[in-house]
Unconditional design. Sequence first.
Lengths: 258, 282
Amino acid sequence: MVNKKNIPAVLVDDLSFHYGEKNVLEHITMEITQGSFLGLVGPNGSGKSSLIKCILGLLKPQQGGVYLFGEKVQKFNDWEKVGYVSQKANSFNTAFPATAFEVVSMGLFGKVGLFRFLKATDKEKVWEALRSVNMEEFAQKNIGELSGGQQQRIFIARALVSDPELLILDEPTVGVDVESSASFYKMLDSLHREKKMTLVLVTHDVGVMTDYVTDVACLNKQIHFHGNTKEFEESSSENMSAFYGHHVHVLSHDHEHR
Amino acid sequence: MFPIFKYEFLQNAFLTGIMVGLLAPVLGVFIVVRRQALIADALSHITLAGIAANLLLGKWFALFAGANPIYLGMAFSVGGAIFIEQLRKVYKHYEELAIPIIMSAGIGLSVIFISMADGFNADLFSYLFGSIIAVKQSDVWTVFAILIVVLLFVFFMYKELFVLSFDEEQGKLSGIRSNWILIAFMAITALVIAASMKVVGILLVSSLMTLPVAASIRIAKGFKQTIWLSVLFGEIAVILGMFLSYYLDIASGGTIVLCLVLILTLCILYKKFTGSRKVGHV
């Protein structure tokens, strides 16, 4: 039997994706091992969110494929193993009439299954998730009454409530004040260390990120770097300035080598 | 007992009204939060086409002359609903376009059928604006059957409908088969619209789906409370509206809608003078 721990949490195999004529992702191949904490960085429009959505099966790549825990994403069924926190800004209606508690409980619906209802033990899990993000006292507030940072913590609680093995966060600290983002990184760190959760953090906050992540991947249509944090820091001074400052130049340069 | 209940037709109207007052707001909650408030309008107009078609066919074939036009209205409405969901996929970035497309098709068809059937009659007029004296015993049973179907659907699909309304991405990640559920939901909405039209009328049926919800999201805490309050407001408006309609001898649809407008106004004012909570600032 195959050792389950050796199966990568995510395997992206020669994936290409385009919107109409526009190439968004080109020949992406990467492996995210279980228990790692990956920081995925790249400038705006580099395809970070598209890659995440391909990994989650929300977008269908034109070429290549994605495997979650060894299973092809189209056939993957254990969605309670995967938590996802999307970029908050445009993803939900802030005037939606639901309490924080109701929003977090949504994270359990996949586990509970069709035609079933939340049991007392499920409700306890919702409270636990709310406690883990320090939002217990806001449980009965409508989501629209909370601040941006508080809403984001509710969405993280929703992703955590099903006890996922893989947690994917797409720019979770955008629009969140500095103080909450610092405590937020500490929370991720403890999830990674104590619960051995595999984490993927999409961010442009390179400085803070390297204090916590174990691996870094740089994306700009293609993967430009993927290695552990130490390697990244050693190479980063010249890499990153080129990557961010003159990324268009770097891209065309790369094309010549292909 | 109120003298209003002496007559069987009024009992029919009240029973139907009370059921519709529950059904329309329950579905309306999901429609409003999905930002599809206009869908009820589109579906009611395609229902009208079905009713007009029945009128026309009734002239040609004896079979249709005896049939309750509500059934063909429902068939058209469900067809239109499925078509809207498909159109939403065709126009991915202009999802709201599906609504005016179906709405104009519905009006166009209705006008043609009505003119071919030699124009308006009193029967058609009662479908347009609602008439409590036009509700038949068979309507009561039809609406009752729809009530059972809808309540079972919403009860067992509550989680799924809730997630899909909030964000479809999370729904897909919970392994919910969103297409199937959304189409079923649209079909059920179409049935309810067809069922409601005898009481409130085609032109006003969408208000019974959206106005109670518009009122309740001003003051409700959470999604479940939004549903309960919407139903409460819907029932108050239907019952009060029908009483007024009978005693003042005015069209039931209009009185019900005006009751809803009154409730909505009270909710907005209540909110303005009590809470500083920032909710619902769309």
